[in-house]
Design a protein around this ligand. Structure first.
Ligand SMILES: [Zn+2]
Length: 230
């Protein structure tokens, strides 16, 4: 029985970004809520702090992602420009370069030359971008898209603990936010592991460990500060 293999590596890029965004949103907002609640703040103050944390976090994710992806895009653009100029000015050199690349990958010299020649005729820049620099159309850096999707996924994660604050009695905010956030984090870890084809338990443990640590530390700091300040 023949079958098509299912490859997952190409999904890892956007998936990793989406899970990271949601993960950051849950961890930072839940920790913020727990920290402020542990200091003895009222529900309104907790909500205000959580909301401010959501906006600040989403903006900082967007800005960070935009800057980092932009610089990657600049590098790719500069590389392609160099390649384009060289293809115009030194076509022979570039053809030999491409031939050499295919020969090193295992083709016989004459076949390598033939492949290089045909790909050059078809789309020289695409061939050099892909096989020499390692840039393919689908994987090219897109700063705006990256910024929006990080902000959006962060917000999705951050809204979750905020909703919990709305719904539970003041005295239970810390325990319920912590408990449900950890379950949410565990699900995120499981989903990303499942889609990425990685062991599910590892995904869950990895994500919840950092969640527990973040919430635990902010709770301790909030409690300490609450004691000192009052
Ligand atoms: Zn080249």
């Amino acid at each position: 029985m023949s079958h098509e293999e299912i490859h997952r590596s190409h999904r890892i890029g956007w998936l990793r970004a989406a899970v990271l965004g949601a993960n950051d949103g849950v961890v930072s907002t839940a920790s913020l809520i727990i920290g402020v609640a542990a200091a003895g703040a009222t529900r309104v103050d907790i909500l205000l702090a959580g909301l401010a944390g959501l906006v600040a976090g989403a903006m900082s994710m967007a800005a960070g992602e935009y800057v980092s992806v932009s610089s990657q895009a600049d590098t790719e653009k500069a590389d392609l420009k160099l390649e384009k100029d060289s293809l115009e000015n030194n076509p022979e050199f570039e053809l030999n370069e491409l031939t050499e690349i295919y020969r090193k990958r295992g083709l016989e010299p004459s076949l390598a030359k033939q492949v290089a020649r045909q790909l050059t005729e078809h789309d020289a820049l695409a061939a050099h971008a892909r096989d020499e620099i390692g840039i393919v159309e689908q994987s090219m850096a897109k700063p705006i898209q990256a910024a929006f999707s990080s902000a959006a996924t962060f917000t999705i994660g951050a809204v979750f603990p905020l909703l919990v604050v709305f719904m539970v009695p003041q005295t239970n905010i810390i325990s319920v936010v912590a408990f449900l956030s950890l379950i949410f984090l565990a699900s995120l870890g499981a989903i990303s592991a499942k889609i990425g084809g990685a062991p599910i338990m590892t995904g869950i443990v990895r994500v919840t460990f950092w969640g527990v640590l973040a919430m635990g530390i902010t709770a301790a700091v909030g409690r300490l500060f609450g004691v000192i300040a009052t």
